[in-house]
Design a protein around this ligand. Structure first.
Ligand code: ADP
Length: 330
């Protein structure tokens, strides 16, 4: 498999689908971490694995880059079965980001980011260019941060370097194991937002493990909710998972506040609007396509019973509080 050797001025656009075909993992002590799991992640899609502690999330993730060898089943990248290829070479095609980032402490930021390109034998100049490009992409000025050591960075900055390093050789897949858990909640939210912007640009196929449902809903194109033994309870878009839990297990996992969470991922569409009201009513305005959650927040902060919904700054209808609450219960 070829790896684009030179930065092309962007962050690269290769991505491959991932197919888990009946994978199983039984540890030597007899623990059946994953009994049998089939799952397909489309190229360029971000899928979140979530579920209670010990359900097998990390085991699944690490089987994809063969840090853990499956005891059965197949894993395909695109249409290539990777279950039997050389794991060391495989890992150079797969970016991997873990909780505490795992930067090499005695190497500079630049050297850390250039790790895989160096292993792949890129020239010094290619590596330097690529490293600069990647640091900019994750929002770190190469001139300011390139020569620093990991201990000279904040937790959030280290995490960004970890992402840059994982993207360095333009991997076809990115695996992320609780990547944002080690930073405080405010930094975490900012990193998640930045990461979504980054993903819109690089469009990698990403599998991300988290135990945080809000993170899953915010980041995932789709969410795979697992129960013990890697059993797939539901695999759906966030709004569907929250709005139509497939089993009592899912219902309990997503919890009683799923209505509110669901509003955050439900856009305000024309189908829920009443006709526009007299402009003199002086209601707060929200854009068509914005989240129902933001609309509710606007009502609650202004004390209004409805908001005006606008498109191109022109009112297209009215959304009432009762309608929003209905949306949360659908
Ligand atoms: P999660 O990431 O969902 O918390 P893991 O994939 O880490 O779950 O673990 C799944 C199950 O496999 C757990 O019961 C765990 O105790 C067990 N397990 C993980 N690693 C090993 C190991 N090396 N040997 C034996 N059992 C393990």
């Amino acid at each position: 498999m070829d790896v684009t050797p030179v930065g092309t001025g962007d962050a690269g656009h290769s991505a491959a689908s991932i197919t888990l075909d009946g994978i199983r993992k039984r540890y030597p002590d007899g623990t059946e971490a994953v009994r049998e799991l089939s799952l397909e992640v489309k190229a360029g899609e971000l899928v979140v694995l979530i579920g209670p502690s010990g359900c097998g999330k990390s085991t699944v993730l690490r089987m994809v880059n063969r840090l853990i060898e499956p005891t059965g089943g197949r894993i395909l990248l695109g249409d290539e079965d990777i279950t039997r290829v050389d794991p060391v070479r495989l890992r150079r095609r797969i970016g991997y980001v873990i909780q505490n980032v795992g930067l090499f402490p005695h190497q500079t930021v630049e050297t850390n980011v250039g790790t895989v390109p160096r292993l792949l034998g890129w020239s010094k100049e290619q590596i330097r260019r690529r490293t600069g490009e990647l640091l900019e992409l994750v929002g770190l000025d190469p001139a300011q941060f390139g020569r620093r050591y990991p201990h000279e960075l904040s937790g959030g900055q280290r995490q960004r370097v970890g992402v840059a390093r994982a993207l360095a050789a333009d991997p076809v897949v990115l695996l992320m194991d609780e990547p944002f858990s080690a930073v405080d909640p405010i930094v975490r939210t900012r990193l998640q937002e930045e990461f979504l912007r980054l993903q819109a640009e690089v469009r990698k196929t990403i599998v991300l493990v988290t135990h945080d449902l809000d993170e899953a809903v915010r980041l995932g194109d789709r969410i795979a909710l697992l129960s013990q033994g890697g059993h797939l309870e539901q695999y759906d878009r966030p709004a569907v998972l929250l709005g139509a839990p497939a089993s009592p297990f899912v219902r309990e996992f997503v919890g009683a506040d799923r209505g509110i969470r669901r509003l955050a991922v439900t856009p305000v569409g024309r189908d829920v609007l009443d006709p526009p009201v007299d402009p003199a009513a002086d209601l707060p305005a929200v854009p068509l396509g914005g989240s129902a959650y933001d609309a509710l927040a606007a009502m609650l902060t202004s004390g209004a019973e409805a908001v005006v919904v606008t498109a191109d700054d022109r009112p297209v209808g009215t959304l009432t509080r009762a309608r929003v609450l209905e949306l949360g219960q659908r």
